[in-house]
Design a protein around this ligand. Structure first.
Ligand SMILES: [Ca+2]
Ligand SMILES: [Ca+2]
Length: 119
């Protein structure tokens, strides 16, 4: 069942940029596929995208791994991640708000807003 995921926004992540503000982007992985939003240069602790991606090989019940990062010249900083399993029970869009976790202690650091639907 193809799954459509719209990345709406991220808020409240930690700033990990050495010379300014986070250059935020989000990666989504599910169904053997990874998609990436555009990089919001200098966005800081929050950003709005409104970018949608389709995962043709998604199977109901399988999780989406979400990661929020700061784009850097050498190695990007990981700002937070979360795994969600969308419950799709028919047509229509569903809003998902998920808390992001950061670091080894899985501290809560920000939230991500998504809209999921069956394609
Ligand atoms: Ca950085
Ligand atoms: Ca950066």
């Amino acid at each position: 069942m193809p799954l459509r995921v719209r990345v709406v926004s991220v808020a409240g992540v930690q700033d990990e940029d050495d010379f300014g503000s986070n250059d935020l982007y989000v990666t989504l992985t599910t169904g053997g596929q990874t998609e990436k939003t555009t990089v919001k240069k200098g966005a800081g602790r929050q950003a709005i995208w409104d970018e949608a991606f389709v995962f043709p090989n998604w199977t109901p019940g399988s999780p989406i791994e979400i990661e929020v990062k700061d784009k850097d010249p050498l190695k990007d900083d990981k700002l937070g991640k979360v795994k969600i399993t969308p419950e799709i029970s028919g047509p229509g869009e569903k809003e998902v708000v998920a808390e992001l976790h950061h670091g080894l202690l899985h501290k809560k650091r920000g939230v991500i807003n998504l809209i999921v639907s069956a394609q």
